[in-house]
Design a protein around this ligand. Sequence first.
Ligand code: BTN
Length: 263
Amino acid sequence: MLDVGVIQQRLSGGMVGRDIRLHKAVTSTNEVLKELVKEGVPEGTVVIADEQTAGHGRLRKRWFSPPGVNVYASVLFRPAIPLREVPGFSFIASLAVADTIALEGLRPAIKWPNDVLVDRKKVAGSLVECASSGKKVEYVILGVGVNVNVTPAALRAALGDAARAAGSLGQAAGREIDRNVFAANFLNLLDRWASVFAVQGPAPVLDAWRDRDILSGRRVQVRGEGESYDGRVLGVDREGYLVLRDPRGARRRVLTGEIRIAD
Ligand code: BTN
């Protein structure tokens, strides 16, 4: 069982996790946190749930969130950054998840923009949402879903064919992963990455992210809204766009879309 006391005992006392709200079941931890923002909860507040009934991801996709096996958590930030730097939170989310997975003895990789993979299967994703007035960021909600102990059979039953690209940490490690330890490690590492980002800006975050990125140099197919095209990945730029060289030699910046590795 997830247990706030056990998680709190393992926290290193940073800003992330200073207030943790654990729920048995919610629609979506991001949505619950958005409601809490209206009550003025402080930066670093975490909503974590054992189950989500309407968990969602990028591109309006559903995020399979069965009870008792995984981690679904959202964290509130109130950063003093311009709107264009908000994608940095997607990068720190992936870095914190990847570092937490590495503590379990596994070898994570990151696939732009927000997938964390182990053994080429997606085990985690993040959804960063923000509210702004003009160019001023009011708040950022960083939500992560991690397939910790969900079984391949449950993934197949829920996702059908798409389950071939999905996995879990328990499956990769061949043992059950302790969700309380995982959640606490994640919050500690997220706190560390958030302060690197706040103090030093996006450069060190992007450098670390590039070390774990599996797309650079690969040929990919981008399925965006309404169009689909190929390209060779050159990397990620300062603002978080994926940069490609298309078959005609032109540079293209991709902000959103689905990326399939083609070689
Ligand atoms: C993706 O891969 O598209 C992102 C998935 C993000 C899922 C997490 S689970 C916790 C938080 N609540 C949500 O509804 N979504 C995020």
